[in-house]
Design a binder for this molecule. Structure first.
Ligand code: R5P
Length: 288
């Protein structure tokens, strides 16, 4: 078995190698002067079972291209099997065409990985289970939810309520609620742009409760901001826990979260945190 990390999250690569008691395979990843990626798999991979770790956080396309080149290099060096370990799979939200004028990004990424030579994908908390259907190769769909719920268990109180910030996250919220033995509430969200959302109404009893808002990812934090403001208006306690497997935290995310009465953000190391955020963040490692 050979484990090789791309440049997107060296710390996670090191943590996984430590858990497996493996030396990471050597791979040079840098740039040519014109901006093209230069990838050189130095490790001997002929006949090996190769695991390439590359989480697809920003800069997304650059990390994706780097992964494709790593896969191709391993294939051409005679790897017996190549598994792409992609904790956060970018473009997974492009799993359907809302207007009929858009591409099916998730399907295209799946095809590119397969054509490059990926035999198997390991991903974590995909935006929706339907994304698996975009792949013609086996997908190991792992979930950080049991780890995160386990972490929450220590601090959840009988007055806590698990909140889904939109209709798409209801099943996820129900899974957390089942493990924590708590009720569920749902915020009905309307997205007006890539970074702006509105909360329209809440289903469920939230008055006087301490909310635990759960989602698969926080990108610009527009979803969480709208949900928390709606919850506060509905009489929730101003002490909110936000839980998401993937903390992208791009654009206005840090400012938005900072403005909220956030008790803490609970997330995983599926992505590197962009900087030390000015609020409490608890990170559960998915390396094991
Ligand atoms: C949407 O369906 C996802 O589950 C997340 O709620 C959303 O993508 C988060 O994006 P943002 O943080 O930019 O609102």
């Amino acid at each position: 078995v050979v484990l090789i990390s791309g440049s997107s999250h060296p710390a996670l690569g090191a943590a996984i190698a430590k858990v497996l008691n493996l030396e990471q395979g050597r791979c040079i990843v840098d740039r040519f002067p014109d901006g093209e990626h230069h990838v050189e798999v130095v490790e001997e991979v002929r006949g090996c079972d190769v695991y390439l770790l590359q989480t697809l956080g920003p800069p997304v396309d650059s990390h994706l291209m780097e992964l494709l080149l790593m896969v191709d290099a391993c294939r051409r060096r005679g790897a017996a099997r190549v598994t792409a370990v992609v904790p956060y799979l970018a473009y997974a939200r492009h799993d359907r065409r809302e207007t009929g004028r858009e591409p099916l990004g998730a399907r295209l990424v799946a095809d590119m990985l397969r054509v490059a030579g990926v035999d198997r994908l390991v991903a974590m908390d995909l935006h929706s289970p339907a994304v698996e259907g975009c792949f013609n190769i086996p997908v190991e769909h792992l979930s950080a939810m049991p780890l995160l719920a386990d972490h929450l268990q220590r601090t959840a109180t009988p007055s806590s309520v698990v909140v889904s910030p939109d209709l798409g996250a209801v099943k996820r919220a129900e899974r957390y609620a089942a493990q924590l033995k708590l009720p569920v509430a749902v915020v009905h969200k309307h997205r007006t742009s890539g970074s702006q959302v509105q909360a329209r109404r809440i289903t469920g009893d939230v008055e006087g409760c301490t909310p635990i808002v759960v989602d698969d990812m926080i990108s610009t934090a527009g979803t969480v901001e709208a949900a928390v403001n709606a919850l506060l208006e509905a009489g929730c306690a101003p002490e909110v826990t936000v839980v998401a497997t993937h903390a992208l935290l791009v654009g206005p995310a840090i400012d938005r979260l900072q403005r909220l009465p956030l008790r803490r953000l609970l997330t995983t190391d599926s992505l590197p945190l962009p900087m030390r955020p000015p609020f409490q963040v608890e990170v559960v490692s998915v390396a094991p």
